[in-house]
Design a protein around this ligand. Structure first.
Ligand SMILES: Cc1cc2nc3c(=O)[nH]c(=O)nc-3n(C[C@H](O)[C@H](O)[C@H](O)COP(=O)(O)O)c2cc1C
Length: 232
């Protein structure tokens, strides 16, 4: 394992927005596997800086769960953009693989990741590059995946696959468990008198992420070797 012949090592970027740290944990698990497979891995967290939206997400746990969650609903419905910041490594570019991770917010990609994916920085990062999508949410992953994939392809990226992780329980119980956690930062067995399941990404789900990342590493290497051979 390691470098592609005598050529430069493959480079991967872990690009994510993560409010409670779930997407970050998932991408970091993938990043470890990519490193073990010879990739040079860098990390870039998207930061929500827009004064119209940032305040509720600048602290955890939330101060008032429902008003704080609802604060971004109109922007999500309108598919609005917000001001975001990314570290300089994003503008360096030259990545062979970009892993894009974000939570679902109101059934679609979160405001910060959508805003970044619509930017000119995203075009420079993704044009002609492979990208994989990592979706983390309570249950509604499809709209998030579709939005991230569509935007990254619109910026010229080449889709290399997806993995989505959802949380157990029926609609009511998984929602109670999530809001209990967002409002307290703690895991509880019961909320409002109702027994609730676990929320957030579980260790066995990270094993699935590692398998996905190992496969992604292999496919990216094959693709890059083929591209380099074609351009010789
Ligand atoms: C504002 C907001 C809206 C959310 N909307 C949804 C949703 O529509 N569907 C869903 O399955 N999960 C939803 N969630 C749950 C998140 O996807 C979940 O908390 C995720 O673990 C957060 O990942 P992160 O820690 O990387 O931010 C929402 C969370 C927040 C904070």
């Amino acid at each position: 394992m390691g470098e592609t012949h005598e050529a430069a090592p493959l480079r991967a970027l872990l690009l994510y927005y993560s409010y409670t740290g779930q997407s970050r944990t998932v991408l970091q698990a993938a990043g470890e596997v990519l490193r073990d497979n010879g990739f040079e891995v860098q990390e870039a967290a998207v930061e929500l800086t827009d004064p119209r939206y940032a305040k509720p997400f600048a602290r955890f746990p939330m101060r008032r769960v429902w008003p704080d969650m609802l604060s971004v609903l109109p922007a999500q419905v309108r598919r609005a953009d917000a001001r975001v910041a990314v570290p300089d490594v994003v503008r360096e570019g030259g990545f062979d693989l970009v892993c894009i991770g974000s939570p679902t917010w109101w059934s679609t990609a979160s405001l910060p990741i959508r805003s970044f994916l619509r930017s000119t920085d995203a075009r420079k990062l993704l044009a002609r590059r492979q990208f994989a999508v990592f979706v983390v949410c309570r249950d509604s992953w499809r709209g998030n995946l579709a939005a991230v994939r569509r935007l990254a392809e619109w910026q010229g990226g080449r889709y290399a696959g997806e993995i989505h992780l959802t949380y157990p329980g029926d609609q009511l119980r998984s929602m109670l468990s999530l809001t209990s956690y967002l409002g307290s930062g703690r895991y509880r067995a019961r909320y409002a008198g109702v027994r609730i399941p676990v929320t957030n990404v579980q260790p066995e789900q990270l094993d699935r992420v590692r398998d996905f990342a190992a496969d992604l590493a292999e496919r990216t290497r094959a693709e890059v070797i083929a591209c380099r051979a074609n351009s010789m």
